[in-house]
Ligand binder design. Structure first.
Ligand SMILES: NC(=O)c1ccc[n+]([C@@H]2O[C@H](COP(=O)([O-])OP(=O)(O)OC[C@H]3O[C@@H](n4cnc5c(N)ncnc54)[C@H](OP(=O)(O)O)[C@@H]3O)[C@@H](O)[C@H]2O)c1
Length: 243
C-alpha cells in the first residue's frame, strides 16, 4: 500500500502496536484517527501528537461501531484505510466457569468488531481511490496458546474471515491486509513486557506494508503462519508444555 497521503483509522490506537503505528503513519504524511475506550489514554496520545484525531469508541459495542462509522464518514469523506487493531487477551482456566459476559466481551472485541467494521465500512471504502482494510490477528491464530484459549480462537477465526474477505473483494479496489504479530512488547492482557520491542516491530510492519505484503508477519508469526500441520503440532507442544 502507499504509505503516505491516506486518511487512516486505527482502532485501539492509544497503546502498544496501534500507538507505534500512529507515530509512523503521522510521520509518513497521513491523517490519523484513533479510537479506544479510555478517554484519558486518548488524551495522552493527543498531547504527544496534536495532529491525531481521537474518538472514544468501544470496538466491542455494535452501537459504538455504527455511530463511529456514521461520524467518521461524515467528518472524513476521504477516509481510505481502516485498521482493526483493537484487541484484548485474557487468561482463562477452562475448568473454572466464568460469567458468559466476560467470554462474550472478548469475542465481541476481537472478532465481532472487525467483522462488523468490514460490513459497515465497505460501502464507503468502495468509493475511495486507494482503499485498504487491515485486520490485526496474531501468530497464535495458527498455533494456539492454551492459557489464552478464547483469544487464540478469535484470532484463528479472524484469519479465516480475512482470507474470505480478500477473496470476495478480489474484483474491487479494496486491498485486504492481515497483520500477524508475534509476541510484541505492549500492554496486551495487562502487561506484555516480553517479546519484540514495539518500535522494532512497527518499523518492520511499515516496511512490509510499503512492499505490498498482504500478510505481514515477523519472526515467530512468520514461522507459525507458514508451518505444516506437523510443525504446528511441534510448536504447540513447545509453547504449551505438559508440565
Ligand atoms: N502484543 C502482542 O504480543 C500481540 C501479539 C499478537 C497480536 N496482537 C494484537 O495486536 C493488537 C494490538 O494489541 P497490543 O499488543 O498493542 O495491546 P495493547 O497495548 O493492550 O493496546 C490495545 C489497544 O486497544 C485498545 N482497545 C482495547 N479494547 C478496545 C475496545 N473494546 N475498543 C476500542 N479500543 C480497545 C486499548 O485502549 P483502551 O483499553 O483504552 O480501549 C489500546 O489502545 C491486538 O489486536 C492484539 O491482539 C498483539
Amino acid at each position: 500500500m502507499d504509505l503516505s497521503g491516506n486518511t487512516v483509522l486505527i482502532t485501539g490506537g492509544s497503546s502498544g502496536i496501534g500507538l507505534a503505528l500512529v507515530e509512523r503513519f503521522l510521520k509518513a504524511g497521513n491523517e490519523v484517527i484513533i479510537t479506544g475506550r479510555r478517554a484519558d489514554a486518548l488524551a495522552d496520545v493527543k498531547r504527544r501528537f496534536p495532529a491525531v484525531v481521537t474518538e472514544v469508541s468501544d470496538s466491542g459495542s455494535a452501537a459504538d461501531r455504527v455511530s463511529l462509522v456514521a461520524t467518521l464518514t461524515e467528518r472524513f469523506p476521504g477516509l481510505n484505510v481502516v485498521i482493526n487493531n483493537a484487541g484484548v487477551q485474557r487468561k482463562v482456566d477452562l475448568l473454572q466457569s466464568e460469567p458468559w459476559e466476560d467470554t462474550r466481551a472478548e469475542i465481541a472485541i476481537n472478532l465481532e468488531g472487525p467483522i462488523h467494521m468490514a460490513s459497515l465500512w465497505l460501502p464507503h471504502l468502495l468509493r475511495q481511490a486507494r482503499p485498504v482494510l487491515m485486520n490485526v490477528s496474531s501468530g497464535l491464530a495458527f498455533v494456539p496458546m492454551a492459557a489464552v484459549p478464547v483469544y487464540s480462537a478469535t484470532k484463528a477465526a479472524l484469519h479465516s474471515y480475512t482470507l474470505s474477505l480478500r477473496h470476495q473483494l478480489r474484483k474491487t479496489p479494496v486491498t485486504v491486509i492481515e497483520v500477524i504479530p508475534p509476541a510484541v512488547h505492549s500492554n496486551l492482557g495487562g502487561s506484555h513486557a516480553f517479546g519484540v520491542p514495539t518500535d522494532e516491530y512497527a518499523d518492520s510492519v511499515m516496511k512490509q506494508l510499503g512492499e505490498g505484503r498482504l500478510e505481514v508477519t515477523y519472526q515467530f508469526s512468520e514461522k507459525t503462519s507458514q508451518a505444516s500441520r506437523a510443525e504446528a503440532d511441534e510448536m504447540f507442544k513447545r509453547i504449551n508444555p505438559a508440565d
